[in-house]
Ligand binder design. Structure first.
Ligand SMILES: CC(C)(COP(=O)(O)OP(=O)(O)OC[C@H]1O[C@@H](n2cnc3c(N)ncnc32)[C@H](O)[C@@H]1OP(=O)(O)O)[C@@H](O)C(=O)NCCC(=O)NCCS
Length: 174
């Protein structure tokens, strides 16, 4: 299995053809997609479309949303990763039953570390709806707030972090 990186409790792998079902399961929960700007997925065809046209092409550039697994029991928790748009964007999405255990923060640090150390990225950005308190909490730990923009009539907080600032923040955290 392709495991680009792992942490104390988690390991990551690329999504691949055939992962429609796990993507569908994750994205069909309305609470999970509440602040993502996506509607919940309706069927496997939609999951396949996202897999083939959005997720898989990112790997060709070295980036991507990686599937996140728990080491102790190989449970699929959700995804986390870096997506190349204009900038390199950090994102994550986990099943509700795995919230509140620190997995998303652990995954976000690992993805940032991989981006700065292995992919030679200089800066990572992120966006979260102002209402998305759980996500903002994670981003406040490792990135810096920049501006607030409107997206589909919602206030969205923008963040960014450079390599230097990220490693400074990591030192303070540990
Ligand atoms: C955003 C999202 C990933 C955040 O998940 P999360 O579980 O709240 O975030 P973390 O992994 O950082 O967990 C933090 C919590 O775990 C708790 N925790 C428990 N064990 C822990 C441990 N070993 N280490 C660290 N934290 C731990 C922390 O105390 C913290 O809870 P608190 O905020 O009540 O103090 C999750 O809400 C989600 O998937 N949402 C849907 C998709 C989404 O909105 N994505 C973001 C779009 S911008």
């Amino acid at each position: 299995m392709d495991v680009p990186f792992s942490t104390a409790r988690l390991y990551f792998r690329q999504f691949r053809e055939g992962d429609e079902q796990i993507l569908f399961d994750l994205n069909s929960d309305e609470e999970v997609v509440k602040f993502t700007g996506n509607a919940s997925m309706k069927d496997l065809a939609e999951a396949r479309d996202v897999l083939v046209n959005i997720i898989l092409p990112q790997y060709l550039m070295g980036f991507g949303r990686w599937a996140v697994y728990r080491k102790e029991d190989d449970a699929f928790l959700g995804w986390c990763g870096l997506k190349k748009v204009d900038d390199i964007d950090l994102g994550y999405r986990f099943f509700r039953k795995y919230w509140g255990k620190g997995y998303a923060s652990e995954a976000a640090i690992a993805a940032l570390d991989y981006g700065f150390n292995k992919l030679n990225v200089d800066k990572v950005v992120a966006h979260a709806m102002v209402e998305n308190k759980n996500s903002i909490k994670i981003l406040d730990k490792f990135l810096q707030r920049t501006k607030i923009i409107k997206e589909e009539n919602k206030d969205v907080q923008c963040f960014e972090v450079t390599r230097e600032v990220f490693f400074e923040k990591l030192k303070v955290e540990s």
